[in-house]
Design a binder for this molecule. Sequence first.
Ligand SMILES: [Zn+2]
Length: 293
Amino acid sequence: MTELRIGGARVARVEESYEPNFDARRFFPDWDPAELERHRGWMVPDHFDPVSGMLKLSMHSWLIKIGGKNVLIDACVGNHKPRAVRPQWHEKEWPYLERLRDAGVSPADIHMVMCTHLHVDHVGWNTRLDNGRWVPTFPNARYVFSHEEYNHHLAVDRDPARGPANYGAFRDSVLPVIEAGLGQLVAGAAEIDEHFSVQPAPGHTPGTVAIHCRSKGSHALFCGDILHHMIQVYRPEWSSFACADAEQSRRSRRRVLEECAGSGAVLLPAHFGAPHYCRIESAGAGFVPRLGA
Ligand SMILES: [Zn+2]
């Protein structure tokens, strides 16, 4: 299990899946095989599977233990969710909660869940199936969502021409949390508590936020899908097929990289392959990852 310390925080990666899962050429419209050759030394086998041509995008949450509290960032795909259009995510039974327990935490011990955005692979474990109903998996948590993000997906969901939003994930993994009274919708940049804050970083989705955790002079930046893959540290202009606004996504990606390079913050994305996080250094007009905390 990936674990690191950031100030007084203990941060652990809780894996849902880690396997070749997206065709590189489809995932990145700007994909260039020359970049694979240039970076093959680190990219294979942890970030790219040369046999299938697939990227290896990890699906994981970050668990942060700090000040006696347990905070979960991003909630993967989830179990039993009907996602027929994405067969690799359809009605799965992953041992995710067992892995959470291996990290020393049961669902009732989670104080706060924060979602960087509300795509299908970031909200799944918000709820679990209980006698045919979707109920909050973490009954003692408050769930922090961007208000802009919530409003966007609510509008899509209610529009018969565009809904249901996110393959149904808005209805089975977001609305039940709101209906249970556990949602906390946060507008714009906001301090959440003495350690956590959110900062708008739109582009991948209209309401994507970067989540910051600061402790004892150390800084972690949980960027969700502002970057999907470590190759984007070298090629920040590469947006993914799933980015709602490719140009805005580029701007937010570069801003996050500049912030990490300038502050020394550890970057913890939602899908990077092993070792799953890095620091960022400026290199000429661009950036390079530095592995290890
Ligand atoms: Zn994602």
